[in-house]
Ligand binder design. Sequence first.
Ligand code: MRU
Length: 368
Amino acid sequence: MNVDGTKYRTIWLAEDGASVEIIDQTKFPHAFEIARLQTMEEAAHAIRVMQVRGAPLIGATAAYGVALAMRADSSDDNLHAACSALLETRPTAVNLHWALDKARKALIQVAPEVREQAAFKFAADICDEDIAINMLIGMYGMDLIAEISRSKRPGDPVNILTHCNAGWLAAVDWGTATAPIYMCHDSGVPVHVWVDETRPRNQGAYLTAWELGQHGVPHTVIVDNAGGHLMQHGEVDIVITGTDRTTATGDVCNKIGTYLKALAARDNEIPFYVALPSPTIDFSLSDGLREIPIEERGGAEVSRMTGRTDQGTIETISIVADGSEVANPAFDVTPSRLVTGLITERGVLEASRKAIADAFPERVRASA
Ligand code: MRU
């Protein structure tokens, strides 16, 4: 998408053809910085410290991490070691497992002498596939928003609430939840986005607001607790979020706080949609609440905040009383019964085992 009028992806092969460049997401929203990854260890570090984050982008970065590992040592042993090391970086987003599993199976069949080139091509293909999928999600989601728009007074925007960042910064391009929003905006369907700030890491305030602003999409940042109130007062027409892992039965795991938005949406009869590429579906799981590993992150993300002072310096301050305990579960699970529909590359599906299996029979077969 656009950054100051220039088109960017979130990850790409550097001009030297041997290293990878990313947009460093720890610097947002006050700086736009590109970082270079030259080794598998640097790719793993970038995922771990969230220089790159968001389920699809984590998968794409892991694929490039394998390629960087193959550049250093293309042996079978190193392929397995790299996949295992990258798998340890973050626990919840299943795209990481999907990309690494696919990479390992594809590359083990390639002779070590040509494995490096094959691995870089594999990673580039994963990126292109992500973009193609997100464009389809965008088209299907756009129909939902356009239908709501037709029921409103001409010129009145469709008010969409989103949580965390399921935007192009979380993917390779377009994003999942944002793809329909960008497509509506670009084709003249008026939209306005309520952006949950998404404590503790503020992906909404730091990332979603920034990328919507760069693209000129009208939006308003709200504190996480405001969504229910806005829904009660008719200010939200539809909720669209992303997901880090969705079970074969349609339970949706996403950034902490998503569940509360789904509850509020249900109480106010507002449609609650989840946009997801099929690599985010974990066909081996049936019970999201019990089976999805929820990442616990460091307490400093809760007890501290980083921002720009009036003098222009970036500073981190403490906001919790000394000595208080803090807890930081990073994701929660929204049961399928609260999900109006799943916006996928194969259409808008009911959040049920049957609808998901009917749409992706080959994935069900592969997981059996
Ligand atoms: O901890 P993060 O920032 O990686 O979490 C990201 C999310 O929860 C997104 O909503 C999810 O990955 C969907 S991204 C298209």
